[in-house]
Each structure stands twice: as structure tokens, then as C-alpha cells.
Design a protein around this ligand. Sequence first.
Ligand SMILES: *Cc1c(COP(=O)(O)O)cnc(C)c1O
Length: 227
Amino acid sequence: MAFLEEQYKTIKEELALTKTTLVAVSKTKPHEDILEAYKSGIKDFGENYVQELVEKSEQLPKDIRWHFIGHLQTNKVKYIAPFVYIIHGVDSEKLLVEINKQGQKLNKKINCLLQIHIAQEETKFGLNETELKTILTQLPKLQFVNVIGFMGMASFTSEQTLIKKEFDYLKGIFDNSLGLSMANFNPSILSMGMSADYHLAVSCGSNMVRIGSLLFGERNKPEAKID
Ligand SMILES: *Cc1c(COP(=O)(O)O)cnc(C)c1O
């Protein structure tokens, strides 16, 4: 079996100490692996390819909470809007407006996390602080979205001080936002930390980690593809 149950138990105990939510990142992994994890008690799964997420949501248990954690293209929002639990990577106003439009069609509010650019690398997606401010001013008009927090990805490096600096920066944004009172904005989630850096993320104040390879083993499909 490719679901690593022993590792899961260790991670689960660690995260329980800080009441951190685990999202099991199951992208590229087969249904059997997800079912194994589900039977061990995991209900939150993260995917980052739209088509794969739609197929899995149709075929796997209905009480799974599906997190979309990838880069979402505007024209694909409609496919996941009916069932997605949280969209983690909202990184433009255009995308948020489209999510609102799909929410309106379904007459439901869609949970979103704003992705903040925290890494040094140019390639990582996310809003800068100016863009964040602009988006926040638009939020009261977008009554079919519910922004429930922030998400970020640290630099891909082994330099712990740099990663810590990036996580601290995002925690600062999260903390500052807690004082804002505005329609459609109810921040409580700070989604940061993956297999390689989740300990550090939790010590920096993350309350939701997205862990893939530690739970399911290394992935084999290339990840460069954007869906
Ligand atoms: C793939 C992915 C993860 C999980 O990565 P691991 O290193 O396998 O834990 C977390 N977050 C995002 C956005 C991802 O794309």
C-alpha cells in the first residue's frame, strides 16, 4: 500500500498538539491510496489539477472535503465550484470575481484563501501587499465568496532562516487582517507548510498544513504542468 499509515500516525499526533489541520495532498495518487487514507480517518484531501479533482470527487466518498491547492485558471472555476471545500490559491482579483460569479449561479458562498507571494523565487504565484489591499477593497461586493484566510508557499531551499522569514511575514499579514471587519472576510485559516517544512510552519503559526509525499511517498508524474 502506498499510504504510509505509520508516518500518518506520527504526523497526526504532532499536529494534535497545536490543533493544526492536516490536508493530505493526494495529487497524482490513485484512488486506492486515497481510500486507505480515508479509512485511517483523513477527510481533507488536496488536489491541484482540475480534471483529476473532478474525477476523484465523483468516484470517492461524498463526505471528503476537497481542497483545491493548485494554480486555478479562471475558465476552470465552474468545474470545481459545485463541490470544492476550500480554494487555497486565489491570487488575482479576476479569479475571485469568477469564483463569485460561479457561487452566485449555485447560490452558495465559496470558501477561499488568498495566496500571498512569500518566496524569493519569481515563479511562485501569489499576491503582493498592494494587490492584497486592492482585493480586500473589492470583497464587500463579492457576496458569493467567503475569504477565510491566507495561503503561502515558502522558497524551495534548505535555508531554514529564509523559510522562517517567509513564514513569519505571512503570519504577520494574517495577524494584521484579524483586526479588519468587512463583509465576506472571516479569516481563521493560515495554510502554510508542506512535507519538507511543516514543523517550521507550525512553529511560525500555521494552522493548516498541506502534506503529500510524507503520507503517500514520492510522486512520479512531473509537476510542472499547470491545470
Ligand atoms: C504538492 C503540493 C503540496 C504537497 O507537497 P509535499 O512536498 O509532497 O508535501 C503542498 N502544497 C501545494 C500547493 C502543492 O502543490
